[in-house]
Design a protein around this ligand. Structure first.
Ligand SMILES: Nc1ncnc2c1ncn2[C@@H]1O[C@H](COP(=O)(O)OP(=O)(O)O)[C@@H](O)[C@H]1O
Ligand code: SF4
Ligand SMILES: [Mg+2]
Length: 326
């Protein structure tokens, strides 16, 4: 059974000259304890997808269609207070900048124990014991002393460890992590990702890991969803998506990563840029950049369809196309 189901999610921004559709029927699910990577170029819709799930879309952005279901319960239309309770208790969030998650005026111990006690029926002493244990698990040295320090007394990397502890404090089933290491020093990014993976696996928390870094996806995730212009271009087990990409865009992303190809001569970027929301081409949104496009791609928009070991929104995998190619 799925922990989280996102079904046909549509997010729109009303606008003076009409409506911008930023997410256009996004669907995927996450199993309990699974790590799903969400990858794509800047502007593809990764952060909006995460924000919609945790109920923190910023107005005027709004969910204009679809459903978000967590453990069988719809959470996309909940009142703010109900959603705030779900955030924390059932879904933990980690953002790019740890300072957005931490209150500079309170010790980290106070923030951890308040979160724990807001959601779990434990005494102050028990909450503090749990907070220390979380800080130890996330690799904060001398956690018994550090718990009484303020956020500014930690380095960027240590602060993000505290944020991971805070996201896990109320034992949520799902962590949504949006570019959790992008703001950190390159030398510690891999450590923090490994830590996130380890503590979530230990606690059985599923993770939706948003990143533009395919290398991180390869090392961390069980499955991956590739977003393009507000839609899922391809989704499948991480090994298959990386080694046998079915969508030409995924193949292009892979070719642009140095460590993914043995043949360095083939290294290249995908020509062109992702379209703006107000200028998405008809047919397949990727068609202007696609070296494999054919007539149908210019007219009809492909939905996700079975494509080898993954699912891809690409007409190349339509049974009729496969038949003609034979
Ligand atoms: N407040 C807003 N008003 C209009 N468009 C927005 C707003 N916020 C985001 N968008 C658009 O939605 C698209 C997806 O944004 P986002 O989810 O932040 O992308 P990503 O995280 O993949 O880089 C982008 O094209 C962006 O321009
Ligand atoms: S549908 Fe056509 S244009 Fe789009 S990715 Fe597939 S082949 Fe390329
Ligand atoms: Mg983003």
């Amino acid at each position: 059974m799925s922990l989280l189901q996102v079904k046909d999610l549509v997010v729109e921004f009303p606008h003076r000259h009409g409506t911008l559709r930023a997410l256009d029927h996004i669907s995927f699910d996450i199993a309990p304890g699974e790590i799903l990577g969400v990858v794509g170029e800047s502007g593809a819709g990764k952060s909006l997808t995460g924000a919609a799930i945790i109920g923190l879309l910023e107005p005027p952005g709004r969910i204009a269609g679809g459903e978000i279901v967590l453990e069988g319960q719809r959470i996309d239309k909940l009142p703010f207070d109900a959603m705030r309770h779900i955030r924390g208790r059932k879904i933990g969030a980690i953002f790019q900048d740890p300072l957005t998650s931490l209150n500079p005026l309170y010790t980290i111990g106070r923030q951890l124990t308040e979160t724990i006690r807001a959601h779990l029926p434990v005494t102050e002493a028990e909450a503090r014991r749990r907070a220390i244990s979380l800080l130890q698990d996330t690799g904060i040295p001398a956690a018994e002393q550090r718990i009484d320090h303020f956020p500014h007394q930690f380095s960027g990397g240590m602060r993000q460890r505290v944020v991971i502890a805070l996201a896990l404090a109320a034992e949520p089933k799902l962590i949504v992590a949006d570019e959790p290491t992008t703001a950190l020093d390159v030398s510690i990014q891999a450590q923090i990702i490994q830590l996130l993976k380890k503590v979530c696996k230990e606690r059985g928390a599923a993770v939706m890991l948003i990143t533009h870094d395919m290398g991180v996806i390869a090392e961390t995730c069980d499955r991956v969803a590739v977003l393009y212009a507000g839609r899922v271009a391809e989704i499948g087990p991480v090994h298959e998506v990386i080694h046998q990409p079915a969508h030409p865009y995924t193949a292009g992303l892979m070719a642009a990563i140095p460590d993914m190809t043995s043949d360095r001569e083939r290294l290249n970027q995908i020509d062109g840029a992702m379209p703006r929301l107000n200028a998405i081409p008809t047919g397949c949104a990727y068609n202007p950049r696609c070296t494999q496009r054919f007539d149908r791609c210019l007219q009809e928009r492909p939905e996700l369809m079975p494509a080898g070991a993954t699912r891809a929104a690409c007409w190349l995998h339509e049974p009729a196309t496969l038949e003609t190619a034979r």
